[in-house]
Write a protein that binds this ligand. Structure first.
Ligand code: BMA
Length: 378
């Protein structure tokens, strides 16, 4: 009821505000805190870019789940504004994620970061519902995982009428159960950004651009949102559409499921070499412009350094992201105890440069976000 009144109030305000459309979440019944988060993020992107880090609160290169610890905090004295979490294997009913992280501990840290006033984003490298059932010799590490692109029938097999539709519903049920458990002490649902089926423009996940049709991809998204929002009545989610590197808006929007189910237009781009700066500049230019035109949020939701570059944060990343209203930039996980860095995350080396990035007036970390009170401000 409260949400309903708020929606009416905001609509009235929207109509009255000199013809300008007030940006609101796609979910018309989004909770009060979710609406406030959306509006806060919408405004904050003009103040600076928030820094995010995947699994920052769960582990680092040298430690595993030490309460309160964070690689970002170890280096800068502050937490990231955005904390990323990963739910791969929640669909299987497992206790731990594909990265061996406990789901119960993820829920704990989501709550902790919310109580601190930080922003939460969730990714989902869900298994391949079709090929994981095959009893073939398990020949490659990809077999049955999110990275298994051996069949182009996967998405159609889970949509209504497909032979794996019931299985997929079970997976969405399990996902919903986890989401419904994300509440604060008062029972208020904790708002978060959900970025499933990511990097669609690439072809390395079973939902990738050459592995399913654009119509199937869009239908997968719409089915998922309808399930969570309308069937399970979950109204604390902001949905992030996401691609890997793209060179045109047309390519970016291939398979876009629609403004009525999407809240954020995001892009992932890792630095694989010298042209990166220009490519990122080009992509952020059209993605952020399109987001503003559609009253949506934006992010560079995954990125990572060029290997061996000592001043990547301040000389490559910062100049480009400073040109555009990018909501946040997130670097990927610091794989625990791993000899190599999976994503080229610069944490292990060149920390002084990261400190300079932290010190830049253009970047926002947790302490700056706390002042903004993103879930409650007027
Ligand atoms: C990928 C890699 C994988 C990991 C997955 C989900 O990009 O980091 O090792 O399992 O993300 O976190």
């Amino acid at each position: 009821m409260k949400t309903f009144n708020l929606a009416i109030l905001l609509t009235v305000l929207a109509l009255g505000s000199f013809g300008q459309k007030l940006p609101l979440p796609a979910d018309k019944n989004a909770t009060r805190e979710t609406v406030t988060l959306f509006r806060s993020l919408y405004d904050l992107k003009n103040q600076g870019v928030m820094y995010g880090h995947q699994d920052d609160l769960m582990y680092g290169y040298t430690w595993w789940y030490e309460l309160g610890r964070s690689d970002t905090k170890d280096i800068t004295g502050d937490y990231p504004a955005v904390a990323g979490f990963e739910l791969g294997h929640i669909e299987l009913g497992s206790e731990r994620s594909l990265d061996s992280v406990s789901f119960a501990q993820i829920a704990e840290q989501i709550k902790t970061h919310y109580n601190r006033g930080g922003v939460i984003t969730i990714s989902w490298h869900l298994n391949n519902p079709l090929t994981m059932q095959s009893k073939d010799n398990r020949s490659s590490w990809q077999q049955g995982t999110a990275w298994d692109v051996s069949s182009k029938e996967v998405v159609s097999s889970i949509l209504p009428g497909g032979k794996n539709h019931d299985l997929f519903n079970t997976w969405l049920e399990r996902l919903s159960t986890f989401f419904l458990g994300l509440k604060d002490e008062k029972g208020t649902p904790i708002p978060f950004i959900f970025r499933p089926y990511h990097e669609h423009s690439g072809s390395f996940f079973w939902w990738g651009t050459t592995i399913c049709t654009d119509q199937e991809y869009s239908a997968l998204w719409r089915y998922t949102v309808t399930f969570l929002r309308d069937k399970k009545n979950i109204h604390n989610i902001l949905y992030a559409y996401n691609t890997d590197r793209v060179t045109s808006l047309e390519q970016y929007l291939k398979g876009y499921p629609g403004d009525d189910v999407i809240d954020m237009l995001s892009i992932d781009m890792y630095d694989r070499g010298e042209p990166f700066g220009k490519e990122l500049d080009n992509a952020l230019n059209f993605v952020t412009r399109e987001a503003i035109d559609r009253n949506k949020l934006t992010a560079l939701s995954e990125t990572g350094e060029r290997k061996g570059m000592p001043d990547w944060w301040t000389s490559v990343l910062l100049p480009v992201i400073s040109k555009y209203p990018v909501g946040y930039v997130l670097t990927w996980r610091d794989t625990f105890n791993s000899k190599y860095s999976v994503s080229g995350n610069p944490f292990r080396s060149f920390q002084d440069d990261f400190k300079d990035f932290y010190g830049s007036p253009r970047t926002l970390f947790l302490k700056e976000i706390q002042k903004e009170n993103v879930y409650k401000r007027k």
